[in-house]
Write a new protein. Sequence first.
Length: 157
Amino acid sequence: MAPTQTPEQRVRELGLILPRPQPPIGNFRNVKRHRDLIYVSGQGPVTPEGEFLSGKVGADVSTEVAQTHAQLVGLNILGALKAELGELSRVAEVIKLLGLVNAAPDFARHPFVINGCSDLLCHVFGGAGPHARSAFGVGSLPNNITVEIEVIIAVTD
């Protein structure tokens, strides 16, 4: 990847398109800014057509498919950031990512699933992409989605 590429160009390089943010499913905002930090609320694997990708990872959905769902979540996060900031080049650093996997009780590959999002953010933001992270399984998620991810981002003005 060329060092002069913008984050948007890196997204296109992957053959992806930034989606428009989906409206929140509750009484909250998708993105909240406090000083130089952006908090992106938990996002799920929602297609541009509004379809929720659902199922229990390790039972209904394979680990590899769930990883692609996590990449879609990352793309939705980028879409929310773009809507808030105007330009993804305003992202100074990805600080923290929290990934939840709707997992079967014996499933143990949560980090592998969440890598779908982490890898995307690292590619799009280069050296500003590596982040602190937690990834774990939960018994259920809203709308039975496979993955939910939230991030904290440092931005510049």
